[in-house]
Structure formats: structure tokens, C-alpha cells
Write a protein that binds this ligand. Structure first.
Ligand code: ADP
Ligand code: MG
Length: 399
């Protein structure tokens, strides 16, 4: 789960980490009120969307030379003007895709006198089974670009969670950032605090870009992105409450209510599969046959009729879907139960696009008979290759 910058900063502040003062705002008036609570005279008005690259982003509705989604404002009038230009408009950044994201919230924060910008992030590194802290002197820019052109400027420090954060980790971070004296000490303290906050909140990823050194010698978190391990959210009710569903794909939100793992993609063939590995293989083989999957969908091991129906409805809400491929391996689940679910769901949703079903496993014969005798135009397939060929052909025929 992702959260907004202002929420992440509030959480970090609770863990004793220094962030600039600031307030969220949902309207132009609130933005001006937020600025009045800050010392000024420099304010920064920041679009709150779940995507980075806002500073260099462009608003669809504004002129090409208009300012982006992070704006320095030198007076309350400027704050009013910037807030008015941003709220309700669509910000396109390198991370939003061409459609961009509508800006519904702003963060009005203290302008900071920046001497240096650094990069620091943390993530759960599956390869080492540890927490990796990634730091670079090249802050404020796209870290992927830095990794591509000057990988030597990125240092990775891994921390064994069984051992915890040791003083040498802090020293390695400060050294990689080339900091001396008091700043070196601040970096050691900050990296320890960040590690502890990361662990305490079950974060998946925490990125600070930029981490800045101010002109008066303070290390400060200027921008932050944070995401949490969904499997641990049950023990962080306060964090779960920060979820902003308007930032998520509505179909993905609905799918999560039914405990379905659904990710929307750009193709035209809807997929309903049990098991993430089988779902990936199904998507691959659709592509191999020259078409593109409209989604990833794993109904899980113990799908019920209700779940299958919900999955069908979610797949069909996508107007790009021109055909559906169901690929189910009946292991724990029996094929006849699944077949009944498919027939029920197809009737419930008044299925209007071609449907190819490949069933395999326990009670497969009984399952196939149920599909055949249903009277519905369901095409049965024998194996995965056959199923993919058939759905691609059916979609072409219907077009
Ligand atoms: P994004 O990464 O989405 O573009 P940032 O918050 O990193 O957004 O802002 C982009 C740039 O704007 C920063 O690298 C920094 O130079 C500047 N900036 C952001 N916040 C402030 C602030 N409070 N004071 C001064 N400059 C800021
Ligand atoms: Mg940034």
C-alpha cells in the first residue's frame, strides 16, 4: 500500500525524524490557511499524488511552459494562484503514464534553503533476505538514470534484521554521502532512525529523494515516498487508515474486497486463473499467440462461486476486454465446482464476449460435462497452448 508524501512525513516525524513543517490542503482556501501557519516568506506548494517526478511534471490543462507539481511560492497570493492552478487538474509525470493523475490534495510546506541534495532509500531486498539501504550523493534526480550512467555513485548497505542496525552501518552511510563533522554524525543518527521506523511500520519501501543539507547545516527529509507490506497492515490499523482509494485503480480496489489478486493491463484478453505462477504462464502464452492480456488475475486456491462471479464482473468492467480465458487447475478445488461457478457467473453477468475454458485436475470430466450441457457458448480447451490459440482465434472471429 502506498501513501501520500504528507502522510509519510507525519509518520516519520512521529519517529523523531526531522522534516520541514507543512500542512495538507483540499481547497485553495485551505492551502492559503496552511501557508499562514508557516513562517514564510518562502512556501512550497506540492501536488499530492501517488507518483514521483512531480517537480518536472506537466499539467494537461495548462500551457506547456506552466510550472509543474512542486512550486516555490514567495507570497500568500502566489500560494493562492498555484493552488488554484493545480487542484482538479491532471498532472503527468514520468511515473504516472500518459493519462496522468488528478490532483485532489496539496501539501503546503516550508521553503528550505538547500545546500546539497542526496538520495537515501530502503527496501526489503529479496536476494539477500535483508534490508538494503541505498544511498547516493546524486540526490534530487532520477535514481534509475544515476544507476544507469554512474553506478559507482550508488552505495548499498545491507542490514541483517536479526542483528539490527549497528553503528558501522551508520558510518558506512555517512561515508558514502561524503559527509564530515556534524553532518556525518547527523547522517549516522538519521539512518538509524530511518531503519527503526522502517522496521516498526513494516515498510516495503521508503525513499527519500532528496535528502537535503540546508545552508545552516541540517540534514532534512525533503521528499519521501513510502509503501507498506499489505500482509502486515492488520497490525497497523492507523497506517491502513491512510489508504487513499482514489489513487488506486477502481477495479483493483474492488478486487481486493473479494481477496482477488487483480492487476489491470493494457491488452484485450481477460484472464481468470488460479495460482500466480499459472496466471503468469497464461499471460505469456497469450502473448506468444500474438494477443495481449487485459489483466493479471489470481482467484486463489479456494475460489467459491461468489468469488468467480466477482472476478468475471471485474474483468468485464474493462471495456477493452474482447474475450476471456479461464485457466483453472483443480487441485484442492474440484473442476466440477469451478465449472458450476463459471456457468453461474456467465449467466449472472450476461456474458457477451467469447469465453474459452481450460480445466485440468480433479473431476475434470464432470467439469467439462457441466460446461457442455449448460447451453452457453463456452469453448472448451484441452491444454494451455490450445486454450490460448482458441481465445485468440475467437476474438479475431468476433471482431
Ligand atoms: P518530485 O520528486 O515528485 O519531483 P520533490 O519533493 O522531490 O518532488 O521536489 C522536487 C524538487 O523541488 C526537489 O528536488 C527540490 O529541489 C525542490 N523542493 C521540494 N521541496 C522543497 C522545499 N520544501 N523547499 C525548497 N525546495 C524544495
Ligand atoms: Mg523527489
Amino acid at each position: 500500500m502506498n501513501i501520500h508524501e504528507y502522510q509519510a512525513k507525519e509518520l516519520l516525524a512521529k519517529h523523531g525524524i526531522a522534516v520541514p513543517a507543512g500542512h495538507a490542503a483540499l481547497s485553495v482556501e485551505e492551502a492559503v490557511e496552511a501557508a499562514k501557519k508557516l513562517p514564510g516568506p518562502l512556501y512550497v506548494v506540492k501536488a499530492q499524488i501517488h507518483a514521483g517526478g512531480r517537480g518536472k511534471g506537466k499539467f494537461k490543462e495548462l500551457d506547456a511552459d506552466a510550472k509543474g507539481g512542486v512550486r516555490l511560492a514567495h507570497s500568500l497570493d502566489d500560494v493562492r494562484k498555484d493552488a488554484g492552478e493545480m487542484l482538479g487538474n491532471t498532472l503527468v509525470t514520468v511515473q504516472t503514464g500518459d493519462d496522468g493523475k488528478q490532483v485532489n490534495r496539496l501539501y503546503v510546506t516550508d521553503g528550505v534553503d538547500i545546500a546539497e541534495e542526496y538520495y537515501l532509500s530502503m527496501l526489503v531486498d529479496r536476494a539477500s533476505g535483508q534490508v538494503a539501504m541505498i544511498v547516493s550523493t546524486e540526490g534530487g534526480m532520477d535514481i534509475e538514470e544515476v544507476a544507469h550512467h554512474t553506478p559507482e555513485k550508488i552505495a548499498t548497505i545491507t542490514i541483517d534484521p536479526a542483528q539490527g542496525f549497528m553503528p558501522h552501518h551508520g558510518r558506512a552511510v555517512a561515508f558514502a554521502l561524503k559527509l564530515d563533522g556534524d553532518l556525518n554524525k547527523q547522517a549516522q543518527k538519521l539512518s538509524k532512525q530511518l531503519y527503526e521506523a522502517f522496521m516498526a511500520m513494516d515498510c516495503e519501501m521508503l525513499e527519500i529523494n532528496p535528502l537535503v543539507e540546508t545552508k545552516d547545516g541540517q540534514l532534512l527529509v525533503l521528499d519521501t515516498k513510502m509503501s507498506f507490506d499489505g500482509n502486515a497492515l492488520f497490525r497497523h490499523k492507523d497506517i491502513a487508515g491512510l489508504r487513499d482509494e482514489t489513487e488506486e485503480d477502481p477495479a483493483e480496489v474492488e478486487a481486493s474486497e473479494y481477496d482477488l489478486a487483480y492487476i489491470k493491463l493494457d491488452g484485450n484478453i481477460g484472464c481468470m486463473v488460479n495460482g500466480a505462477g499459472l496466471a503468469m504462464a497464461t499471460m505469456d502464452i497469450i502473448k506468444l499467440n500474438g494477443a495481449f492480456p487485459a489483466n493479471f488475475l489470481d482467484v486463489g486456491g479456494g475460489a467459491t462461486t461468489e468469488k468467480v462471479t466477482a472476478a468475471f464482473k471485474i474483468i468485464l468492467k474493462d471495456p477493452a476486454v474482447e474475450g476471456i480465458l479461464v485457466n483453472i487447475f483443480g487441485g484442492i478445488m474440484k473442476c466440477d465446482v469451478i465449472a458450476n461457478g463459471i456457468v453461474q457467473a456467465a449467466k449472472d453477468v450476461n456474458l457477451s464476449v467469447p469465453l474459452v475454458v481450460r480445466l485440468e485436475g480433479t473431476n475434470v470430466q464432470a467439469g467439462k460435462e457441466i460446461l457442455e450441457s449448460s447451453g452457453l457458448p463456452i469453448v472448451s480447451a484441452d491444454d494451455l497452448g490450445d486454450a490460448a490459440k482458441k481465445i485468440v482465434a475467437e476474438v479475431k472471429k468476433a471482431a
